[in-house]
Design a protein. Structure first.
Length: 94
């Protein structure tokens, strides 16, 4: 998944840096995905207060923190059955 050049943006920042510092510097930057967009600040805000030692660490946190709208069909897997206690949509055959 690509996040609209945020990797390059974060690479230009001095580390270590806190999530608050990154939000202050780049929080209004929009991350666009297939079902809309969200701000970098909103994504980092969900992860809580963290200190990043590198741009790569901050970028990986962004990738893990984007909303479900950015990752395709929810609950879709063509390989795995639902886990015990998990309720997903009914299987659909294409």
């Amino acid at each position: 998944m690509r996040l609209n050049g945020t990797g390059e943006l974060l690479s230009g920042h001095e580390y270590p840096a806190t999530s608050g510092e990154l939000i202050d510097a780049y929080g209004d930057t929009l991350i666009e995905h297939q079902d809309g967009s969200e701000s970098l600040g909103a994504v980092l805000g969900r992860t809580g207060a963290e200190t990043f030692d590198s741009a790569n660490e901050a970028y990986e946190t962004l990738q893990a923190g984007v909303g479900h709208e950015a990752v395709g069909r929810r609950y879709y897997s063509d390989r795995d059955a639902p886990s015990v206690g998990e309720n997903g949509p009914d299987p659909v055959s294409f």
